[in-house]
Write a new protein. Structure first.
Length: 367
């Protein structure tokens, strides 16, 4: 349709102008919703990361830097000093003649102070009128990496790391073997009362662990397992309900046609599991393995209970807690210990997060 010269080219419907206001309003509402969700997510993420940021910064400080951070920078820095006349003097930012210069304070005074150029201490002195305490000092980056060496040697960290890794990875093997087999049976075999048995298994998830604590400890003590790693490893060779649920949900979304094709070629149930099901289930298997490693890495009460009086058997969680009791007045060492203790789980999650997220998402499919 031709548009008259000088007339606005608005969209028309049937020769009349189209009302685009509803579209603009929907677009504005959508933008407002996205902005609100983004802001809320940013606030939650910031609140979640603030303790980690404090731990990271504090682990690179010493006690003097921690005290100074109450009124100064929160980063691990030291006031810059230079040697003038055989003594160390601080460097400040001094406003002179419309510019701010970094000068070393050699003679402080109430009304005027004397500064020199830190690059030429023997040069001309600069007299500045004003209260020198109002000036901002110059800081230099000074992280205390020696905190980590002190922690590494102070609590026999390599031994704690080995103990934790052995308990976590041995239990992971038992968890994967037992849970994969149980989940495979629930997902593929026509068991009698399968639905009822699965519901009973899932119901054990809500059973408080404290209810079983006393009888479990009495049983392990009666068979002589207390004071060893066996109570921390052997129970994981019996399927865990939560992991069975994740694996069973994933197995059920795999096409059964592949199982039938393998059976036609003569494969039995065990061969189908190892050659068909498991190769397609790496995401959920990695997710279950990560769940167990993180659980074992963070578990504190059971290792403390079953390895009580055996420091050589303590995992990293118990070792760090005992270190905290001893050095409770040195937060920089405590935070360095915590940072070292979380390196392995964080690295494992970072390098396998793609498989982990895929396994968790797919196991949520309802079947």
């Amino acid at each position: 349709m031709a548009v008259a010269r000088g007339a606005p080219a608005y969209p028309t419907i049937g020769g009349s102008y189209a009302n685009t206001a509803p579209h603009y309003r929907r677009g504005l509402r959508r933008m407002g919703l996205y902005g609100t969700v983004t802001l809320f997510a940013s606030l939650v993420l910031t609140a979640f990361l603030m303790p980690f940021a404090y731990m990271l910064v504090t682990s690179f400080k010493d006690r003097d830097q921690i005290v100074a951070s109450a009124t100064g920078p929160i980063l691990p820095v030291d006031p810059l000093t230079v040697e003038v006349g055989g003594r160390q003097v601080p460097v400040y930012r001094v406003p002179i003649d419309g510019e701010v210069r970094e000068l070393a304070l050699v003679r402080p005074g109430r009304r005027e102070s004397v500064f020199v150029d830190p690059e030429d201490p023997a040069g001309a002195e600069v007299v500045w009128e004003g209260a020198w305490r109002t000036l901002k000092p110059v800081y230099v980056w000074a992280p205390r990496t020696g905190n980590f060496a002190a922690v590494w040697n102070g609590i026999a960290f390599p031994r704690l790391l080995f103990n934790t890794a052995f308990i976590a990875f041995t239990g992971m093997v038992g968890t994967l073997v037992s849970c994969v087999m149980v989940a495979y049976a629930f997902a593929r075999f026509p068991l009698p009362f399968k639905g009822a048995m699965f519901m009973v298994l899932i119901a054990t998830i809500i059973l408080p662990k404290q209810v079983l604590l006393v009888p479990t400890y009495a049983f392990f003590d009666a068979i002589g397992w207390t004071g060893t790693w066996l109570p921390l490893i052997v129970p994981h060779f019996f399927a865990n309900a939560f992991n069975v649920f994740l694996l069973r949900q994933y197995f059920m979304q795999l096409p059964r046609e592949l199982d039938e094709a393998a059976m036609i070629d003569g494969a039995g149930p065990a061969r189908v599991l190892t050659s068909v099901v498991i190769p397609q289930s790496y995401p959920v298997i990695i997710a279950v393995a990560l769940f167990h490693i993180v659980f074992a890495w963070n578990d504190y009460f059971e290792p403390l209970l079953y390895t009580l009086g055996k420091p050589s058997l303590h995992p990293i969680s118990v070792g760090i807690q005992q270190y905290n009791f001893i050095y409770s007045q040195q937060p920089h060492l405590i935070q360095a210990t915590a940072l070292l203790g979380m390196v392995v789980p964080v690295l494992l999650f970072f390098f396998s997060q793609r498989f982990f997220m895929r396994g968790i998402v797919i196991t949520g499919v309802e079947k």
